[in-house]
Design a binder for this molecule. Structure first.
Ligand SMILES: Cc1ncc(COP(=O)(O)O)c(C=O)c1O
Length: 387
């Protein structure tokens, strides 16, 4: 049989990071590698889902139930002081990942001169992969410790901005936990608008702040949403990673393009998930309680790292802690930690610029964070970890 052709973009993707790290030894392991915390979904959310299961199953729509769009708009007004029209400015998504992946499809012209997609690296790999599979180019911008891991569009060469159609922001930031303020969003928006670049802000961690509430790009827009979209999610906010529910909010013209595209994708969340999502957006108290759980984990882990002489950077928000690997060798330190049963992510798994750093996802319970820290401290004291 003649060979079936392959999409060259698929070959260019590389694997989702599967660097061969040594397996943890048998016995107790503490997994800080995957951003999926073990705290349960609030009971009222689970109940809302169960109550919404209908005897007859029917296709959900890509525009979603009006009550869900309204709940997102109400949350936005309460949390960020931004008023939007639920019908013109809001579209539900099946979590933010698929929405991020599919968004280049509404701006990338595969044959055109402006098909580059900018994103900060280290960062979430889906920004670059969505660009490539839409026929565009992935254009990662190196983020640096010295600049607080903040991306700055104004520092890029004009030629680089001229060939871009889309720029991704993600603050609070995965993997570094870095944060930004509204003025910083304003600066990026001004540059993006000057060059006609869609500014897309992935805000799935915005409820996981610890000092000051994290702002949204929507606050920087001062009522004019032209040229911008934000992506929000219930995964981290409400402990609903398995439900797959989020929303896209922003420019009515761009939302209109997405409304035309998205019925083709088959990603609309089931109506019972939308009912659970509506309940989750309407309540803020469970979010505040979740934040306190992560704050307690931070109180266990952060002082220990500093005491152990490890350099912590970023780590102001999200449930990630980002620290420099001794000897700048993230793979060696990740392997040394695995040998004592502690699984972390080497920074290089988040793209160029991540080498030399490590990410801890504070997913184990507070108690297990304490046990892991005790094991880690013993190993440091006994000289069993590279310094
Ligand atoms: C930066 C970032 N964006 C988006 C997502 C996707 O989240 P979800 O699809 O669960 O909303 C993740 C998940 O870890 C993430 O880290």
């Amino acid at each position: 049989m003649a060979a079936v052709p392959v999409n060259p973009a698929l070959e260019g993707l590389g694997a989702y990071f599967t660097e061969t790290l040594a397996p943890p030894p048998p016995g107790e392991a503490f997994d800080f590698s995957i951003g999926d915390p073990e705290e349960p979904t609030p009971p009222f959310v689970r109940q809302a889902l169960v109550d919404a299961v209908e005897p007859v199953s029917s296709y959900p729509t890509a525009t979603g139930r009006p009550g869900l769009r309204r709940a997102v708009a109400d949350w936005l007004a309460r949390r960020h002081g931004v008023e939007v029209d639920p019908d013109l400015n809001v579209l539900p998504s099946a979590g933010s990942k698929e929405a991020i992946f599919h968004t280049p499809l509404v701006v990338v012209d595969p044959g055109g001169a402006r098909r580059h997609v900018l994103w900060g690296a280290p960062g979430y790999p889906v920004y670059g992969r969505g660009a490539l599979l839409a026929g565009g180019m992935s254009d990662p911008i190196a983020l640096r410790d010295a600049e607080g891991w903040r991306l700055s569009l104004s520092e890029l060469a004009p030629e680089r901005l001229e060939r871009a159609c889309l720029a991704w922001l993600n603050y609070p930031h995965n993997p570094t936990g870095a944060t930004v303020d509204v003025d910083w969003f304003r600066e990026q928006l001004a540059v993006a608008r000057r060059y006609g670049i869609l500014l897309a802000s992935d805000e799935c961690y915005q409820e996981l702040w610890f000092d000051e509430p994290a702002p949204s790009l929507l606050e920087a827009a001062d009522g004019d949403l032209t040229g911008l979209l934000t992506f929000v999610s219930l995964s981290k906010r409400s402990g609903m990673t398995g439900y797959r529910s989020g929303a896209i909010i922003g420019d009515p013209a761009l939302i209109g393009r997405l409304r035309a595209l998205r019925p083709n994708l088959g990603t609309a969340s089931p109506t019972f998930v939308q009912a659970a999502a509506t309940a989750a957006w309407q309540d803020q108290s469970h979010v505040d309680r979740r934040r306190e759980v992560f704050r307690a984990k931070r109180r266990v882990v952060l002082p220990f790292l500093t005491d152990a002489g490890l350099q912590v950077s970023g780590s102001a928000a999200t449930f990630y802690v980002w620290f420099r690997a001794p000897g700048d060798d993230d793979l060696a330190y990740a392997n040394a930690l695995r040998a004592i049963g502690i699984v972390v992510s080497p920074g290089r798994s988040f793209g160029p610029g991540g080498e030399g750093w490590l990410r801890l996802a504070l997913v184990p319970s507070v108690d297990r964070c304490r046990r892991a820290v005790a094991v880690w401290r013993d190993a440091v004291d006994a000289g069993r970890l590279p310094g």
